[in-house]
Design a binder for this molecule. Structure first.
Ligand code: PLP
Length: 396
């Protein structure tokens, strides 16, 4: 079978690949702790489930409008106003089958071949593949653990140029947990003001898992509003990964383009999920506090346990549910049988040796690191860190 060049160039999602390997071992009866997948282990809140059950009983079983039900668009506008101080009209809201689809819609809508898209690295795995799929040029603005993986205004300015079409980032960030403060974002905003043609795609899907407080939206800066796309979704904050709903608030032209694209690809998102999403949008955000607190406790736990592991460096993640340790000290080391060359080797070796599934940093644009998701119980976190520490001690 001769597949397209486009798909041959596309990398498989590294997180899904590691998770699949971990599941294969689990099926064989191996006691694997899977820390590779970005998925809250909480249950979807009951009132959201009730709204979905009601939607089934009320026969919400037909094709939905491509951008979403009007009352969902309105509920999202109210959420944007309440939580982010953003004024959107319903016709600026497009809902999709996950934030993943929201982002690829936007990329398809704005990127021409050769257009540069700046991704502060480390970035979420799919960003670079999505940009490449539509022949955009990925410009990695590499950051390191020394700056808490934050892009500075000076670095941003270095990468912006007339060929820059867009800047795409997440805060809180997957994979680093890095969370920009309002003043840091305002400082980046000052640089963007000098480049009025650049579209900013602000992925705020971890908005509710922010240990610093409120997540600031770049679209709240008036001079940037007309060219900023704010992305969000239900997966992380509401523990609804399988329900598949993401959404954007966008300049009308981009929203219209996304509707046109989505109308040809998938049509509107699932009717039942959309009815449930209205309940989620109308919820008082304080309801999420217990989940966030649980993640904060786990963050504190994993940070303290990792500090005890020799030769790894960590930042202090302020959001999401990931730790992204620098582990390059172990590259080139051996247990006497295997030489661990890079992060991929190290993750494979740790899967065999410690029975812990992790994700190598290369696919996040940061080959010196690996990612752990701490969206799992405190017992499992403790056990996993112990296993990793014991295993790493064998490498020299
Ligand atoms: C930064 C980031 N953006 C978007 C997504 C996609 O979310 P969804 O499940 O809504 O497609 C993820 C999921 O891992 C993510 O980490």
């Amino acid at each position: 079978m001769q597949l397209s060049q486009r798909v041959l160039k596309l990398a498989e999602s590294e997180t899904l690949a590691m998770s699949r390997r971990a599941n294969e071992l689990k099926e064989k009866g191996v006691d694997v702790i899977n820390m590779s997948l970005g998925e809250p282990d909480f249950k979807t809140p009951d009132f959201i489930k009730r709204a979905a059950k009601e939607a089934i009983d009320k026969d919400f079983s037909y094709y939905t409008p491509v951008p979403g039900y009007k009352d969902l668009q309105t509920a999202i506008c109210k959420k944007f106003k309440r939580d982010n101080g953003l004024d959107y009209q319903p016709n600026q809201i497009v809902t999709s089958t996950g934030a993943k689809q929201s982002i690829i819609n936007v990329i398809m809508a704005i990127v021409n071949p050769g257009d540069e898209v700046i991704l502060p690295a480390p970035y979420w795995v799919s960003y670079s593949e999505m940009v490449s799929l539509f022949e955009g040029k990925v410009v990695e603005a590499s950051t390191g653990i020394e700056t808490d993986f934050k892009i500075t205004p000076a670095l941003l300015e270095k990468y912006l140029n007339p060929k820059t079409k867009a800047f795409l980032f997440s805060s809180p960030c997957n994979p680093t947990g890095t969370t920009y403060t309002e003043s840091e974002l305002r400082a980046l905003g000052e640089v963007f003001k000098k480049f009025p043609n650049v579209v900013i795609i602000s992925d705020e899907i971890y908005e509710h898992i922010n240990f610093q407080g409120k997540t600031f939206s770049l679209a709240a800066i008036p001079e940037l509003y007309d060219r900023t796309v704010t992305v969000n979704g239900l997966s992380k904050g509401f523990a609804m990964t399988g329900w598949r709903l993401g959404y954007i608030g966008a300049p009308k032209a981009i929203a219209d383009a996304c509707v046109k694209i989505q109308g040809q690809f998938t049509s509107g998102a699932c009717s039942i999920t959309q009815r449930a999403a209205i309940a989620a949008m109308e919820m008082d955000p304080s309801e999420i506090a217990p989940m966030r607190e649980a993640f904060r406790k786990r963050r504190d736990l994993i940070v303290s346990l990792f500090k005890e592991i020799p030769n790894v460096e960590i930042n202090h993640p302020e959001g999401a549910f990931y730790l992204f340790p620098k582990v390059s000290w172990y590259f080139g080391k051996t247990d006497g049988k295997t030489v661990v060359k890079d992060a991929k080797d190290l993750c494979m070796w740790l899967l065999d040796e410690a029975k812990v599934a992790l994700t190598p940093g290369g696919s996040f644009g940061a080959p010196d690191y690996f990612r752990l998701s701490y969206a799992t119980s405190e017992d499992k976190i403790t056990d996993a860190c112990k296993r990793i520490k014991t295993a790493l001690a064998k490498l020299h």
